[in-house]
Design a binder for this molecule. Sequence first.
Ligand SMILES: *Cc1c(COP(=O)(O)O)cnc(C)c1O
Length: 376
Amino acid sequence: MNKIWLSSPHLSGHEQKYVQEAFAANWIAPLGPNVDGFEQDLCRYTGTAHAAALSSGTAALHLALVMLGVGQNDVVLCQSFTFAASANPIVYQGAVPVFVDSEPETWNIGPNALETAIKAEKAKGKKVKAVIAVHLYGMPAKMHEIQELCRLHDIPLIEDAAEALGASYHGQKMGSFGLLNVLSFNGNKIITTSGGGALLSDNEAFIQKARFLATQARDNAPHYQHSEIGYNYRLSNICAGIGRGQMEVIDERVAQRRANFAFYSRELAASEGIRFQPEAEGSYSNRWLSCFIIDPLQTGGVTRENIRLALAAENIEARPLWKPMHLQPVFAGAPYYGGKVAEKLFQDGLCLPSGSNLTEEDLGRVVTCIKKGLQA
Ligand SMILES: *Cc1c(COP(=O)(O)O)cnc(C)c1O
């Protein structure tokens, strides 16, 4: 049986055209027409005014923190239920990650827990330098409430939209809600440049500064002169060419991933004890990954691990939901606000194969295997 992957790259055939142009013009550099074109594509699509294409989403998050002046011992509030890349750049800056629980309606950072965290850190005499909200698996966080809290307490909001390109919230595209917004084009994301990311903002000065920092912070001089510490974080013109080809089909990719989700939820609707990631009114997920939680009390004792292993035995890749950051050995001792929402999601949750290149036969194989696993 051929392997069914969780989320594999899905090329459109348009990428080669842009890559070919780069080769023909000898633009084999970390800047060039594809980088400019890709940045324009991202701005047009998300409705955000300015974008810098970078070498990864992690690099984009790092530059966001650098530009907000996050430094030694500063507090940054971060959604706990996420991939480690959301939090690692806080530590690159010598700052302190403080983790916040999710709420059950979107699985993302909870406004109540966030408010508690802001007030408690303030009471400790700490100034919160930034909030990082994430849209996990493409599901928008409660952005209006989070924006309002940040406004009220005068804290810059960073939107980690690495998993959410193509998703929207009350008609507004993700990647446009924060003061600074982050996208990723890693190989497993909804579109890919093989590896890459972007930083977006309506504030042009931020994006100009990000480009400057990402190209080793070279001052305007004929020789190499530096007044600041720089980074080598720009995206290559070749990779940006792949991105331009991918952006031609982004809406088709979203539609296909949403169709995967619709198939799974329809086929498993009658299965007791399975609950898919909810999509609240006004939210439009890109369904980057189709995920559910499984309640062993309702399945006669069948657990997430039972299902995951049943799938693995049939050469189907599935993964537990993200392990929350406050439970990671590397962040042991980091302050945490909230309850056990994220912890419970991790314990009982599973991500199913979700690529936009899956066939009906692939999806059928996954469902048949899950149904069998539930009967065991
Ligand atoms: C993928 C991802 C990132 C990091 O992006 P890279 O391009 O892999 O560095 C950050 N945050 C989240 C939530 C992600 O899923």
